[in-house]
Ligand binder design. Structure first.
Ligand SMILES: Cc1cc2nc3c(=O)[nH]c(=O)nc-3n(C[C@H](O)[C@H](O)[C@H](O)COP(=O)(O)O)c2cc1C
Length: 405
């Protein structure tokens, strides 16, 4: 397919912007400058007083390294490759599901899955995507996972699972911490969604924000304002698409429960991961219910406020699981050194949410690629400085955790 002038121009601008990203914090700053405030606050904000959001970062800061010097591993480079549930990945950094990416930048999840392919890692597609599952899988160069919300209730979930299976996703991530949406106070202030609607009240509320973000506006206009989620359309009956309002209402009426693993198992041959576990008790419950892996996650501080940082919860979960299943973690990981801490504390890999969408919102696919490259470079550097030849070698002796953890 021949790229249009517009695509060529976008790629040029995004490529240039991506070069200015030297840290995830840079990507965040550039994202803030490129998208309207309401969109940025949707990405960046947390629930309530944002205590969980802050705890994610401070828990990572509280863990320190215990290096071994004099055993330099300069050549060959440390081995970053590992596997998650048997899927090989080039580094222990995977991509968490993020909703409404198409309103951040039109290529949204397509850019995400392509960047994952280039980085040799696993992309997780949110149920709340603006792109169809089969479109995303067609762009995948690596195995990808689908994250399930019970949109349209259990009948809707069954259809989503069937579509994910047909599209070729290899893992199913069941998010358990979203019984209702957390109280994201920054979003409440804007009162414009998501989904952003193309109607007069929304335009009125956003007019001043959008006026100073012409690049964003040009992008979504060129994309014909496709700002809503699309995989719910197939959930209707008698050939009628289901509206997202109906899909959400039925989801809230029947959020995912441990009992649901039984019927999911009948319909899904691949691994099922339980996302949103933050205690040892629930980790045991996940194993008893048949989960193949656990994702320790507080939803990036967007759901229940006043939780411990995810890295702290990881330690509790890893102890409770005692090696029976693989444990992943997300929440607050912003550099390779953060990832090294989690792997040393027993995570099979780390997942990142905001880092990749800051990259996306700042500079499209090149922005995501840059962010993933930064994680990779810092993983390499940190392992060398620790005196560690591979991620597989990392263990608790490489870190010092605060007393009482
Ligand atoms: C803007 C945004 C949207 C999200 N949407 C979803 C979603 O649709 N499904 C889901 O399971 N998690 C969702 N999450 C949570 C992420 O999957 C992940 O748990 C979290 O972002 C990890 O924290 P981090 O952003 O600090 O890396 C979302 C997170 C963000 C920031």
């Amino acid at each position: 397919m021949v790229a249009s002038r517009w695509d060529q121009y976008r790629r040029l601008v995004q490529g240039r912007t991506a070069k200015r990203i030297a840290t995830v914090a840079d990507a965040r700053r550039l994202a803030m400058r490129r998208v309207p405030r309401a969109v940025f606050d949707y990405i960046d904000g947390g629930a309530g007083a944002e205590l969980t959001l802050g705890a994610n970062l401070s828990a990572i800061q509280a863990v320190q390294f215990r290096p071994r010097v004099g055993v330099t591993m300069g050549v060959p480079a440390p081995e970053l490759q590992t596997s998650v549930l048997g899927f090989p990945v080039a580094m222990p950094v995977l991509m968490s599901p993020v909703g409404y990416t198409r309103m951040m930048e039109p290529l949204g999840d397509l850019a995400g899955v392509r960047a994952a392919g280039k980085a040799g890692t696993i992309f997780t597609l949110s149920s709340m995507s603006g792109h169809r599952m089969e479109e995303v899988m067609a762009a995948a160069a690596q195995p990808a996972w689908f994250q399930l919300y019970f949109l349209g209730g259990r009948p809707g979930a069954e259809k989503l699972v069937a579509s994910a299976r047909e599209a070729g996703f290899s893992g199913l991530v069941l998010t358990l911490d979203t019984q209702i949406t957390g109280n994201r106070e920054r979003e409440l202030r804007h009162r414009v969604g998501p989904p952003l609607k193309v109607d007069l009240p929304t335009m009125r509320k956003m007019a001043t924000q959008v006026a100073v973000r012409p690049g964003w506006l040009a992008g979504v206009a060129h994309d014909r304002f496709q700002l809503s989620i699309v995989n719910t359309e197939a959930l209707g009956t008698a050939g009628q698409p289901m509206s997202s309002e109906d899909a959400f209402a039925q989801w809230v009426a029947s959020p995912a429960r441990w009992e649901d693993f039984a019927w999911l198992r009948e319909q899904w041959r691949g691994p099922i991961l339980a996302k949103g576990v933050v205690t040892g008790d629930d980790a045991r419950r996940a194993i008893d219910s048949g989960a193949d892996a656990i994702i320790v996650s507080n939803h990036g501080g967007r759901q229940l406020d006043s939780l411990p940082g995810a890295l702290r919860s990881l330690v509790e979960v890893v102890d409770a699981v005692a090696g029976e299943v693989e444990v992943l973690v997300d929440g607050g990981f912003r550099r390779g050194a953060d990832v090294v801490k989690a792997v040393a504390l027993g995570a099979r890999a780390v997942m990142v949410g905001r880092p990749w969408v800051y990259g996306l919102a700042a500079a499209g696919q090149p922005g995501i690629e840059r962010v993933l490259a930064l994680f990779r470079e810092d993983l390499d550097r940190t392992l060398r400085l620790l005196g560690c030849a591979s991620v597989a070698e990392l263990n608790r002796s490489n870190v010092r955790v605060p007393q009482g953890w």
